[in-house]
Design a protein around this ligand. Structure first.
Ligand SMILES: [Zn+2]
Length: 247
């Protein structure tokens, strides 16, 4: 039996049998992986309160033939601020869901792990959750190689009058080409510049950028359409945010 130690963040949990849970983690050294927490649903479990969503933990786990088993878990960051209200919880859930949907098991990516860790930290402390989400998505797309084309028209390569966006084409469309692109949607005037600014800025300075409510809404819309098209599926936490929070 091989034992290994790693830091990890909890992405997802599901029940197994009467008392166990399969937990999906992401770690810098192992990428995304599943491991079973035996007896976690019993009242006196040693794991109680340590393996909750969003938490950063240090694990000692044993490699199994099909599934690894957690031997010990030490809580490094309980992320209490995320559970303080439904908006923080919903945005943090969306961040976990996007990381989960965009990654395959076992793909190691320390940069992605750090982005997730810092984003959850921001979501604990910051009030402007929409801005945190915008910055997170741009960094996520860049790290994973899914950045939209924002510098030139995807049809004619012109850098002028980029005022539309094509989710299927994954980039900006100019005013002259919009008629040739079936799914071209209007993009706010400064959206592509905003995305470019956040793409270049380090994460810590990103949150000092001020955007108007209109710029936030425009950028949110373009990123949402781009991400949805890439994932080809419904993003559950986003549906929740729209139906419950944005009423
Ligand atoms: Zn064009």
């Amino acid at each position: 039996m091989t034992l290994y130690k790693t830091e990890a963040i909890i992405l997802r949990k599901r029940p197994l049998g009467e008392a166990d849970q399969i937990i999906t983690f992401i770690s810098p050294e192992h990428g995304k992986f599943d491991a079973v927490a035996k007896g976690i649903r019993k009242v006196k479990s040693t794991f109680s309160g340590k393996l909750e969503l969003f938490c950063r933990v240090r694990l000692l786990a044993a490699e199994g033939k099909n599934l690894d088993t957690i031997s010990q878990a030490e809580l490094l960051n309980p992320r209490k601020g995320i559970n303080k209200d439904i908006a923080h919880f919903a945005y943090a859930s969306l961040v976990l869901e996007l990381v989960d949907l965009f990654t395959e098991e076992g793909e190691k990516n320390r940069t992605l792990f750090n982005l997730l860790d810092l984003t959850l930290e921001s979501l604990e402390r910051k009030k402007n959750l929409k801005l945190v989400l915008i910055i997170f998505q741009i960094k996520l797309l860049r790290i994973l190689g899914y950045m939209p084309e924002i510098k030139k028209c995807i049809i004619c390569s012109s850098a002028i009058s980029l005022s539309f966006f094509s989710p299927s084409g994954g980039g900006a469309v100019c005013g002259l080409c919009r008629g040739n692109v079936k799914d071209a949607i209007p993009a706010g005037e400064s959206v592509f510049k905003i995305i470019d600014t956040f793409r270049k800025l380090p994460l810590n300075s990103s949150q000092r950028v001020n955007l108007s409510a209109m710029q936030v809404a425009d950028t949110e819309k373009i990123l949402e359409r781009h991400v949805k098209y890439r994932l080809e599926r419904e993003i559950k936490s986003l549906v929740f945010i729209k139906e419950v929070l944005n009423k």
